[in-house]
Design a protein around this ligand. Structure first.
Ligand code: SF4
Length: 273
């Protein structure tokens, strides 16, 4: 019996198994996928990648197709982290590095009850924060970053989380993923949130050849309309978390289904037997 994943419409498996013919029939042509197989995207340190305009057009078409398939399936474009204020979201995303949203959501009720604002967390002892968040990974570094970030918000930004990318990146423990999530969820700024799920799926789908968050963000930013950034990011995150999982992507499960299988090149996966 075909397995249907929660929130995912079942799709019919393609009748043909040849991957190349499959991609031609999907309407994308082979230009972008041939490009991925013959060269690397060059974007070390956030520098612009080397792709021609024609290849960018193919990538834009791919991104649009993925967006059209996934966003209707995952329309609730919100963080899975539990929060009530922008400061709480910022703290939660700092805590989420190298651990799951569920692990973070288990400790933050206690953290936010004791330190409900930046001003109060700025006064905290790092050891006291450690005692509350010790079940998440890297709790010592994260505790230091939480207190230091709260102190900077209190002293420099009047107790309010700042609303620009540059200001957010100046806070300890805040990288582009965190900044994009806070900007999109709290300030309505379109954000491309490249977490571990988005990175993995982007490579399998052929958006990027490299597992490089800065590169993936740049490729999406250059080839998708800004008003689609946030919903696209959340949909790709849910797809990676629940369907195209690290160990058992749906297309490799007996009876599994993936709404992108018709055109996904499945890069990096073992070929089917
Ligand atoms: S077809 Fe497979 S590799 Fe491609 S997105 Fe779906 S589950 Fe992931």
């Amino acid at each position: 019996m075909r397995r249907v994943f929660e929130g995912v419409a079942p799709v019919e498996k393609p009748l043909f198994q040849n991957r190349t013919a499959h991609l031609y029939r999907s309407g994308f042509g082979m230009g972008y996928y041939q490009h991925l197989q013959s060269s690397s995207n060059q974007a070390i340190g956030g520098k612009r990648h080397m792709q021609t305009e024609a290849k960018d057009a193919d990538l834009a078409a791919l991104l649009l197709k993925i967006n059209e398939c996934l966003v209707p399936l995952w329309p609730d474009a919100k963080p899975l982290l539990h929060y009530g204020t922008c400061f709480e979201l910022l703290c939660s995303v700092i805590l989420s590095a190298q651990c799951t949203d569920e692990q973070v959501n288990a400790v933050t009720p206690f953290l936010f009850k004791k330190y409900p604002s930046a001003e109060e967390m700025a006064q905290a002892k790092v050891e006291d924060v450690e005692n509350i968040i010790h079940s998440v990974g890297f709790f010592h570094t994260k505790s230091k970053n939480l207190v230091a970030t709260a102190q900077k918000i209190s002293l420099t930004y009047g107790g309010s989380v700042p609303s620009t990318m540059g200001e957010l990146l100046s806070l300890p423990g805040v990288g582009r993923k965190t900044a994009n999530l806070v900007l999109s969820a709290c300030f309505g700024t379109p954000g491309i949130i490249v977490d571990t799920h988005v990175m993995r799926v982007a490579c399998r789908l052929g958006i990027s050849r490299k597992k490089d968050p800065a590169l993936i963000e740049a490729l999406i930013r250059q080839n998708l309309e800004p008003d689609k950034y946030t919903a696209f990011s959340h949909a790709l995150n849910r797809h990676g978390k629940y369907v195209c999982t690290a160990r058992k992507p749906a297309c490799r499960l007996d009876g599994g289904s993936c709404p992108l299988e018709e055109f996904c090149p499945q890069l990096g996966l073992d070929s089917r037997s």
